[in-house]
Design a protein around this ligand. Structure first.
Ligand code: SAH
Length: 454
């Protein structure tokens, strides 16, 4: 029997999809141990015991795995961002590819050989073009800024994130220095008008930076002083925005944004096209890898110039517009109105005139398009982590495009959805994992499906 606080020796033999080490006791109980690597022998302290599984923490690494490297971030064990900072990038890539294989075989009931090599990221640090840095007060009323601990909204103080470009860390340090003497303007349950997040975006192609302060109210003490000092010090800041979010939910951004300096959007070049991106519009966080991801998607779409292409969950139009020159017409669908405004403007500024964008829920829009007798040759889908609704899968299958390209940031929901497509006359031809998020547990995958001849 295992009991809380027991210390036992365990061999780590696998990693979970969240990056935790997995070991098995002699009695066959599976134990999950964060911050360990395959091949480690650890002295583990049992923290929680359930029926057939237990959760533990590594008190000591008795024999280190050959995958291990020295983590180069002082908060990597506490912060919920990086889970692979203590293993080599090669070991991380293998774990991520395995995660995709495990999902498509176990959940999707597909052959694991469909999964090709993972496309590694050239940059494994400083690759993020977006940071959402929460702000709060600790129990002594002192200002804290950093990143959330895993599965929690507890802030781990850190204004020097390895995943961020250096300019983000400099701006974050200045923002922290501004707040430290003004704890009264920080959001707390008692002060719901206060500042909640510093949200930064960076356009890698030109160096432009957007600073967005997320607060419960539009104005706060010394706000002009803050804006003046930021724009004076950082000439690359092209836009300062206040996003107002007074709601007590987990959603970070509120619906209203006010530009207090410069432009309403940040503009970046992607796949040779220029994109405007509003604060609430989605944009892939790793630009170089996004271009590789979209190149695989384009290859999988096998366009010849004659096709009708539907891009569901299109955001600012990035994927569809990067393919618009190779198809007859493009229809994009996206739920966020600002992103649709961006998509329309992005088509125009890039001289693309065969695109139409619809602001709607993807499931509803697909059935509307089907009702209009639109017959797509290719459908690209790039949903959020929860994946597709079964109705949408049904509608897509009924529209019977020759090819479906599925871009996914969650292998588990992807595999669930692929199983439904394979029941509806589609076969999965190929799956390519792409690492957009080095050091974190996340992995992206692109799938090519084609309609079976029936
Ligand atoms: N393809 C884009 C965006 C992908 S992220 C790109 O690569 O840049 C997923 C997008 O789906 C987000 O823009 C999000 O706003 C949008 N979205 C979320 N739920 C949706 C829904 N039910 N219907 C349509 N779009 C939705």
């Amino acid at each position: 029997m295992l009991n809380k606080n027991d210390i036992i020796q365990l061999n780590i033999t696998a990693l979970t999809s969240d990056g935790d080490g997995v070991a098995r006791t002699e009695e066959g109980i599976v134990v999950f141990i964060p911050n360990t690597a395959v091949g480690d022998v650890v002295a583990a302290r049992i923290l929680k015991v359930k029926k057939n599984v237990a959760y533990a923490k590594a008190e000591e690494i008795l024999t280190p795995s050959s995958d291990r490297i020295e983590p180069d971030c002082p908060v990597s064990r506490q912060c919920g961002g990086c889970v692979y900072r203590h293993i080599s990038y090669d070991a991380e890539l293998a774990a991520k590819r395995q995660k995709v294989i495990d999902c498509v075989t176990r959940i999707g009931r597909l052959n694991g050989d469909l999964v090709k090599d993972i496309i590694p990221s050239e940059k494994i640090d400083g690759y993020r073009n977006k940071a959402m840095i929460p702000v709060g007060l600790d129990k002594n009323g002192e200002v804290m800024m950093g990143f959330y601990a895993r599965h929690s909204h507890r802030i781990v103080p850190c204004i020097d994130c390895r995943l961020s470009p250096p300019v983000f860390n400099r701006i974050a340090a200045d923002f922290y220095a501004f707040l430290i003497h003004r704890p009264g303007i920080v959001y707390t349950p008692q002060n719901r008008g206060g500042i909640r997040h510093l949200y930064l975006r960076y356009a890698e192609s030109n160096g432009d930076v957007m600073v967005c302060v997320v607060a419960g109210k539009r104005r706060f003490e010394d706000d002009s002083l803050l804006y003046d000092s930021l724009k004076e010090k950082y000439t690359q800041i092209k836009s300062i925005i206040v996003n107002v979010n007074p709601d007590e939910t987990n959603v970070i951004l509120g619906k209203r944004s006010y530009t207090v300096y410069g432009k309403d959007c940040i503009s970046d070049m992607l796949c040779g096209l220029q994109f405007d991106i509003a604060p609430r519009s989605f944009y892939q966080v790793n630009r170089a890898q996004a271009q590789r991801l979209y190149a695989v998607a384009k290859d999988y779409a096998r366009l010849t110039g004659k096709e009708t292409l539907i891009d569901l969950y299109c955001g600012t139009g990035t994927i569809g517009l990067s393919m618009a020159g190779d198809c007859r017409r493009l229809i994009g669908v996206e739920i966020i109105p600002e992103a649709i405004d961006n998509a329309n403007a992005n088509a125009k500024r890039n001289g693309i005139d065969n695109a139409r964008f619809i602001c709607a829920d993807a499931t509803a829009a697909a059935s509307q398009l089907k009702g209009e007798k639109i017959a797509p040759d290719v459908i690209v889908i790039d949903p959020p982590r929860k994946g597709l609704t079964s109705e949408l899968i049904e509608t897509i299958a009924e529209m019977s495009p020759d090819r479906i390209v599925y871009v996914s940031c969650d292998p588990a929901t992807l595999a669930r959805d692929l199983a439904l497509f394979t029941e509806r006359h589609y076969s999965v031809e190929e799956i390519t994992p792409v690492d957009l998020f080095p050091r974190t547990a996340h992995v992206e995958a692109v799938v090519m499906m084609s309609r079976k001849n029936t």
